[in-house]
Design a binder for this molecule. Structure first.
Ligand SMILES: Nc1ncnc2c1ncn2[C@@H]1O[C@H](COP(=O)(O)OP(=O)(O)OP(=O)(O)O)[C@@H](O)[C@H]1O
Length: 623
């Protein structure tokens, strides 16, 4: 199996062409990410969103280019196994001093699996686990940026240090008052540190690349004191010039105009939980200029040890690496667990067949082969909607999904009930065979989306109902769920998304108590919908008719009619009407539609209004 001699010249040429293909990919990816700084400085918000969307496509384009080149120049698909073994060894050699070896290995897997027939590629040909270490990679070039910078403030010069720390990012746009903002940050840090004694190693470390997303730029780092570490992030925004921009403190997102202002540090976020929300799977990917991405991941992991590395790679826009790592984690989990896959708890979907493994915090969603008549859709349309969400700003309210094809699971881990369910609703997606010939039967699913498991909101509410709505704890649970549910819809509206199907069962609650939407098959752009008031009945017959007597176009939405589906329970109705009655009014939706059509980009920021310096220190001081 292992080649004794590297005697094939074509093997080296293939390996070299492959690494050239990857290097081209990473160069383009990095350049696009680095340009985010300029787009931020010049307030090119539409450009920023476009780039975020387009960058997702880069990987597949480069994989396709590389496979075409390998086929054309080297007939790579026709090379014997022996040559492919040598290709892999040469490739490993080329990675020894590479700065993104883990990404380059994944690229190798993507290209080879495209070129080689499935029965032909086996684990020997691809990187099932990393062959080259990502530990301690350094760029030795004199002009190279280190991954992070360290500052050593004392009690006396904290303020100056923070000013310098921000200035070192070299943002080419004036701050409104950086000294003032650094003062706010210093105060917030002091409050967070409390009365602790500053130890010899007291320092602030910040990643040398700013994290850009939509209308924000984030400084990301940690404070180290003795054995303690406090992760933090400082969002930098453009001050909006018009007065009265600060929403009421209970408002969720920070709506902002498309105009540009001087820069401000908007808040100081501390601790793992704030950071986890910032890096959530329900938000768009960041743009960061990273020479050594694994070093960024390692730093971020030290700040958020509970976040899987796969999700960190995703958040950095390196979704294919995220996908690879997720799959490795999944296989590892399968090997070290014994429970069985089952139909996911909750109300079954009409278009999606959803299953999970109780011990594993994700769900697997398969598109059914047929749907009830009210679901006028197709497999392609559903895939289109999932893609739309992937490319769109998910504003912390729409779960990210990873798409996999031909996923094999051990047959003995599937309950018979689940197999029967798949056979009934998605037979085209199911194969049960011993594909790799190891004597073990496998369940092979042709196409599946995988996403984080949440508690479906209907189940969460039901728990409270079962407890008894008179109980304060149950009332709290209902209030939290309903308020957050409305906030989730409003954040989606800000981002031009109409969820389509707003039933409780289509939303889930995360471990941070955030409500997130996950049912995308009826999603539409707000700007494509027609929000209407229910017309006044023409006569008594209309009025008494239980049927819809007025004509309804395909894009018509009647917000008044949401109530009966959502508000059957009195306790729910009371909270909903107190906080979110506007969602039942067509005028609310039309107003947002008009604002989006006028070109305003809304950004929903991943922290509470109460954490904004403008709110904490009063608008008079902060703008
Ligand atoms: N991320 C998730 N976490 C937990 N449960 C989930 C998740 N996604 C889906 N489910 C469960 O699976 C069910 C069906 O999922 P989903 O709503 O995506 O399917 P659907 O076919 O699009 O639904 P519908 O019939 O409303 O269109 C949900 O009601 C919920 O119980």
């Amino acid at each position: 199996m292992f080649p004794q001699r590297l005697d094939s010249t074509v093997a080296y040429a293939i390996a070299k062409a492959m690494i050239d293909g990857f290097n081209r990919h990473y160069r383009l990816f990095r350049t696009e990410s680095a340009r985010a700084k300029h787009r931020f400085e010049t307030a090119d918000w539409h450009g920023q969103q476009r780039a975020q969307r387009e960058r997702i496509e880069f990987y597949d384009l480069r994989v396709r280019e590389a496979s075409i080149r390998l086929e054309r120049e080297f007939k790579a698909g026709e090379q014997p196994m022996d040559v492919w073994h040598q290709v892999k060894l040469h490739y490993i050699g080329l990675l020894v001093n590479h700065h993104q070896p883990e990404l380059a290995e994944t690229f190798f897997n993507s290209v080879t699996t495209k070129i080689l027939h499935r029965s032909y590629f086996q684990n020997d040909f691809i990187f099932v686990r990393p062959a080259v270490s990502t530990e301690y990679i350094e760029n030795q070039e004199p002009t190279a940026q280190p991954t992070y910078r360290a500052y050593y403030p004392t009690q006396g010069n904290m303020h100056e240090t923070l000013v310098k720390l921000v200035e070192d990012f070299g943002l080419c746009r004036e701050f409104e008052d950086l000294r003032r903002d650094a003062g706010y940050v210093a105060e917030a840090m002091a409050a967070r540190l409390g009365d602790v004694k500053l130890r010899a190693n007291f320092q602030i470390q910040v990643l040398s690349g700013l994290f850009f997303r939509n209308k924000g730029a984030y400084v990301v780092g940690k404070i180290i004191n003795g054995f303690g570490e406090i992760p933090f992030a400082l969002p930098i925004l453009h001050r909006q010039p018009a007065p009265g921009q600060v929403l009421p403190a209970d408002g969720k997102g920070i709506s902002s105009q498309s105009d540009a202002g001087k820069l401000v540090i908007d808040a100081a976020l501390f601790g793992e939980d704030d950071l986890l929300i910032l890096f959530s799977f329900a938000r768009a990917y960041f743009m960061v200029d990273m020479g050594i991405p694994s070093a960024f991941v390692q730093f971020l992991r030290s700040m958020m040890p509970r976040m899987p590395r796969a999700e960190i790679y995703n958040a950095l826009g390196l979704a294919k690496q995220g996908k690879t790592l997720f799959y490795r984690d999944f296989l590892h989990h399968l090997r070290h667990s014994t429970d069985k896959f089952r139909i996911a708890p909750g109300i079954k979907g009409m278009v999606m067949l959803v299953f999970d493994l109780p011990s594993f915090p994700y769900v697997f969603k398969v598109i059914k082969d047929y749907y009830p008549p009210q679901k006028d859709t197709t497999r392609e349309q559903i895939k289109g909607k999932y893609l739309l969400v992937k490319q769109h700003d998910r504003v912390g309210r729409m779960a990210d999904t990873q798409e996999y094809s031909e996923v094999a699971f051990p047959r003995e881990r599937f309950s018979d009930e689940l197999i029967a369910e798949i056979e009934k609703f998605a037979p085209s997606q199911l194969e049960i065979s011993d594909r790799d010939g190891d004597g073990q039967m496998e369940v092979i699913i042709k196409h599946v989306y995988i996403e984080r498991r949440m508690i479906p909101l209907n189940i969460y509410l039901q728990e409270a109902f079962d407890f008894g709505v008179a109980e304060p704890a149950a009332r709290d649970q209902i209030e939290r769920a309903v308020v957050e549910y409305g906030n989730a819809i409003k954040d989606m509206v800000a981002a031009n998304i109409f969820p389509g199907d707003m039933l409780w069962k289509n939303f889930g609650i995360t471990r941070h108590g955030k409500v997130v939407f996950y049912d995308y098959d009826e999603i539409e752009y707000i700007t494509d919908c027609k929000f209407r008031k229910v017309p006044t009945p023409r006569n008594e017959e209309d009025e008494m008719s239980g049927e819809v007597w007025y004509s309804v176009g395909p894009k018509d939405v009647f917000p008044e009619t949401f109530g009966p589906f959502l508000l059957g329970n009195d306790a729910v109705r009371e909270v909903f009407m107190k906080h979110h009655a506007d969602l039942l009014d067509a005028a609310f939706w039309q107003r947002h539609q008009a604002r989006i059509q006028a070109g305003h980009v809304y950004d929903v920021f991943p922290y509470d209004q109460q954490k904004r310096f403008a709110v904490m220190h009063g608008p008079a001081r902060a703008g």
